[in-house]
Design a protein around this ligand. Structure first.
Ligand code: ADP
Ligand code: MG
Length: 361
């Protein structure tokens, strides 16, 4: 594990007046870079060759370092280049998708905006659950064994990305029928069957609130809300039920984009309290807690009960709906505040107050 001291030693070699904000060229990089530039920082994209076209259309990346694969971020030569450019990294979902928690905590010798110790709490479903329960949030029930299934469950495959291969079951019979079928079709390893996470299916709508935990201002801000636009689950409703029955389709949750939401105002107090509680608990688990943006994945039922089923302690792609502004960012900041810019503002204020070591770890 790279210690904070080691990171801070690297940071000390940097010229704090010419920091560059870097990230992998995907996910929310346009958001991060635009915000960085608006706050006066240089930007560095670590990007795959075919994807660099986005920076031709949207000129927000000052430096483009082409890689074959995002795991090259672990190469010493690339890291040296990044350090030479005074780069601080802003992690997003592609970091955790392409690198393991261990790689991020042990092999990334570039200052990162965020708390690396918290990655451990975010990595597994069980630990995440512990964190959210400790914060007092309402979570879907889980079932240890298929025999315990009562009602509808969503079965989450270990290490699945974007909900691919998740399926629904309402009994141990239907669970075994579906897993046997998936094993037969080679979609699932036999030994993974026992690691499938069984969670109560919550009937409701998906709501993803975006928060920003400011270390400099010691405050959790509420900056926006989105929902996801997922294929194929958001398409199934367009097929009449009798046709669905013949098709034997199962919902998959591949994310295609995000849709902004403004919430019924009476939901805001609880969501705001949830954000505060999650940060407070994070501080106890791994001080100083969450640094910067985070997001809860929630489902809200028709009784207006809010269930949280996941947390991302970093910028989520859903904040892209707020590039420019969102209603909630507007309420606090007026025009022109969004996740990428808020991150850059935090870095600028930390620099002005000589507190950079509190936000890079
Ligand atoms: N307990 C649940 N009840 C109903 N839907 C759920 C539940 N958990 C997850 N989902 C749906 O499944 C999708 C993917 O789930 P998630 O756990 O976020 O997957 P991933 O691990 O890929 O992020 C979400 O969009 C959500 O709508
Ligand atoms: Mg998720």
């Amino acid at each position: 594990m790279i210690t904070r001291d080691e990171v801070h030693r690297i940071l000390k070699e940097y010229d704090p007046n010419s920091l560059a904000i870097g990230t992998l060229g995907s996910h929310s990089s346009l958001n991060i870079f635009k915000g960085a530039k608006e706050e006066g920082f240089k930007t560095v994209s670590i990007c795959k060759k075919d994807d660099a076209i986005i920076y031709k259309k949207f000129p927000v990346a000052d430096e483009i370092l082409i890689v074959e694969d995002f795991s090259e971020l672990l190469n010493e030569s690339l890291q040296r280049k990044l350090r030479k450019l005074n780069t601080v990294l802003v992690p997003h979902g592609s970091f955790t998708a392409y690198l393991s928690t261990e790689q991020m905590t042990n092999s990334l010798y570039v200052p990162m905006f965020g708390n690396r110790e918290l990655l451990h709490w975010e990595a597994g479903r069980e630990r995440q659950r512990e964190w959210l329960l400790k914060a007092g949030l309402r979570l879907p029930k889980t079932f240890d064994r298929p025999e315990e299934i009562k009602g509808l469950v969503i079965a989450k495959l270990p290490g699945a990305k974007g909900g691919r291969g998740y399926f629904l079951a309402d009994s141990s019979e239907s669970f075994h029928k579906k897993t046997n079928e998936m094993v037969r079709r080679g979609l699932l390893n036999k030994r993974d069957v026992s690691n499938i996470h069984l969670q109560e299916y919550i009937l409701g709508v998906n709501v993803y609130p975006h928060y920003f935990s400011s270390i400099v201002r010691d405050e959790v801000e509420f900056l926006g809300v989105d929902r996801r636009y997922e294929s194929a689950v958001d398409a199934i409703g367009r097929i009449p039920a009798d046709v669905q029955l013949d098709m034997e389709i199962s919902p998959t949750y591949t994310i295609v984009g995000n849709i902004p939401i403004t919430l019924r105002e009476s939901l805001l107090p609880e969501l705001i309290r949830m954000g505060d509680a999650v940060m407070k608990t994070a501080k106890e688990l791994a001080a100083p807690g969450i640094i910067g943006p985070f997001c809860l994945e929630t489902i809200i039922t028709d009784n207006l009960e809010i269930y949280a089923f996941e947390i991302s302690a970093r910028i989520v792609a859903g904040t892209n709906v707020g590039i420019g502004t969102s209603p909630y960012a507007y309420l606090k900041y007026g025009e022109n505040m969004y996740a990428g810019k808020r991150i850059a503002l935090e870095i600028r204020e930390a620099h002005e107050q000589d507190r950079l070591t509190e936000i890079f770890m």
